[in-house]
Design a protein around this ligand. Structure first.
Ligand SMILES: NC(=O)c1ccc[n+]([C@@H]2O[C@H](COP(=O)([O-])OP(=O)(O)OC[C@H]3O[C@@H](n4cnc5c(N)ncnc54)[C@H](O)[C@@H]3O)[C@@H](O)[C@H]2O)c1
Length: 275
């Protein structure tokens, strides 16, 4: 079978936050599915980062064993010094940085009356301070090597009031859309495109506890017009579209990949389903 985009990322280097879950044979996150496909489509190298160092190191080793150029580095996205170290190491090793994917996030599904203020602050800090620090850390290096693409992983929860996802989570994800627009305006002349992807329910380490709970799983599956949860590979397809020249004229935009959940409620039984 021929690969349509076999060389789409020739010579490109990508840095991803929150991407430790990239070990083949284990449940992968968005970062994992993205790095493997990026490298298979010609990418020169990747820098996986996270706060989960053990699994991140194993993932990078597995990528190197498969013949790819991959580094793992500890990066707490809320720490400015971590960003400085990681970007410096990326440039030392590769001499360039073309793509940043901001994936790091946490989820507490509590209501505004129940959530702990400390968890609220942490959720906000990771989503908003994290992408702010990351965007600032990569902008000049990207400009110096001819521009780049930043992809902020938000959520379909970003545009709806919270009942289901958690108030801090929805609020923080909504802010990412607005930050993406400001970044797109301010970095466009530097040759940097900035876009948001808004995934729906996807089975990753982030949501596995919901996926494996029969009641939670059924509740969600029934609300997806396409009738299934997404896979990390589904979302990697969107991330890599935004990272590639296929999206060369797209910046400040949003890519919704939620199986149709946000299109509206399913109120009647699907006439094509068997049950
Ligand atoms: N899986 C879904 O259904 C879904 C849907 C919509 C949006 N998202 C978003 O995708 C991201 C989760 O990605 P995933 O589903 O691949 O799950 P994942 O659990 O593999 O990735 C999230 C990673 O973020 C890391 N992280 C947490 N705090 C961090 C910090 N301070 N600094 C750096 N890393 C940190 C975690 O260690 C984890 O590895 C979140 O931002 C979430 O909002 C997920």
């Amino acid at each position: 079978m021929t690969m349509r985009f076999a060389n789409r990322f020739d010579g490109k280097v990508a840095l991803l936050t929150g991407s430790a879950a990239a070990v083949k044979g284990e449940l992968m996150g968005f970062g994992g599915a993205t790095v493997w496909r990026f490298l298979e489509e010609g990418g020169r190298g990747v820098v996986i980062t996270d706060v989960q160092d053990e699994v991140g190191e194993r993932a990078a080793q597995q990528l190197r064993d498969a013949g790819h150029d991959a580094l793992y580095m500890h990066l707490d996205v809320t720490e400015e010094q971590d960003w400085a170290k990681v970007v410096e190491a990326t440039l030392d090793h590769f001499g360039q940085l073309d793509i940043l994917v901001n994936i790091a996030g946490i989820l507490d599904t509590k209501s505004l009356l129940d959530i702990e203020p400390a968890v609220w602050k942490k959720t906000m800090e990771i989503s908003s301070v994290g992408i702010f620090l990351g965007t600032r850390a990569v902008a000049r290096p990207m400009e110096q090597t001819g521009g780049g693409a930043i992809i902020n992983v938000s959520s379909m929860a970003a545009k709806q009031g919270s009942g289901l996802y958690g108030t801090a989570y929805s609020f923080s994800r909504g802010g990412m859309l607005n930050f993406t627009q400001s970044s797109a305006i301010q970095l466009g002349s530097m040759g940097i495109r900035v876009n948001t992807i808004m995934p729906g329910w996807v089975r990753t380490p982030f949501t596995d506890y919901l996926y494996r709970d029969p009641e939670q799983n059924k509740f969600r599956t029934e609300r997806v017009p396409l009738g299934r949860w997404g896979t990390p590979e589904d979302i990697a397809g969107g991330i890599l579209f935004l990272a590639s020249d296929d999206a060369a004229y797209m910046t400040g935009g949003e890519l919704l990949m939620d199986g149709g959940v946000s299109a509206g409620s399913i109120r009647i039984k699907n006439p094509r389903s068997d049950d």
